[in-house]
Design a protein around this ligand. Structure first.
Ligand code: GRF
Length: 196
């Protein structure tokens, strides 16, 4: 089967990126990571890419905090195109993507979020679920659109909230679920893409 070329974007520790690399290595995920790009110069996700000998790059984001400067977004698009990327995978990428990227990769940008969307979009979603007194939360893989943590849902996995959970313990269990869910969901999308 054709290996779908992926581009992974992340700003942080990259545990989901590692899960994707491991799933590819084990043969479970028919994809190939062409490039890992981070808006954070020393983000661990770039070290993980180096560990797996995957091309990687730092993208200077410009002067904004929540999005890329237009030139940076144009550079990002160019880098992804040069690498032949067909599916963009956000793995803890902390900036909102705008129209040039969204238009170039319509329904070809996916994200994972640590809640059962549409509940609790935004930051520290696990803490939001805990504070709201929920009994169940989880994680969601979804297509990316112009709104934050929004867009058609591809897959979800539930994680129960235990009586003695702290934000840290809950977040850790959600991440374990993410590492299972994200490669599986990407696999489903890749199968659809290769089937045309
Ligand atoms: C994940 O919890 C994901 O849900 C959110 O950002 C976090 C990234 O974690 N979008 P990591 O960098 O993959 O460890």
């Amino acid at each position: 089967m054709k290996r779908v070329p992926l581009g992974i974007l992340g700003s942080g520790k990259g545990s989901n990126c590692r899960a994707i690399f491991e799933s590819i290595k084990s043969g479970a995920l028919a994809a190939e990571v062409r490039v890992v790009i981070s808006d954070v110069f020393d983000a661990p996700i770039l070290d993980i890419a180096r560990e797996f000998s995957v091309p990687n790059a730092y993208l200077p984001p410009g002067r904004f905090h929540t999005r890329l400067e237009p030139q940076a977004e144009a550079d990002l698009l160019r880098m992804l195109r040069e690498a032949g990327v067909e599916l963009v995978v956000l793995a803890g990428f902390m900036r909102i993507l705008k129209s040039p990227m969204l238009e170039a990769f319509t329904r070809r940008i996916v994200n994972i979020h640590p809640s059962l969307l549409p509940k609790f979009p935004g930051l520290e979603a696990w803490k939001q679920a805990l504070v709201a007194g929920e009994k169940m939360t989880g994680c969601t893989v979804h297509y990316v659109d112009e709104q934050i943590d929004h867009g058609d849902i591809i897959a979800q996995s539930e994680v129960p909230i235990l009586p003695n959970d702290t934000p840290e313990s809950l977040h850790a269990r959600i991440q374990i679920a993410e590492h299972e869910l994200y490669p599986t969901a990407i696999g489903q999308i890749c199968r659809k893409l290769s089937a045309g």
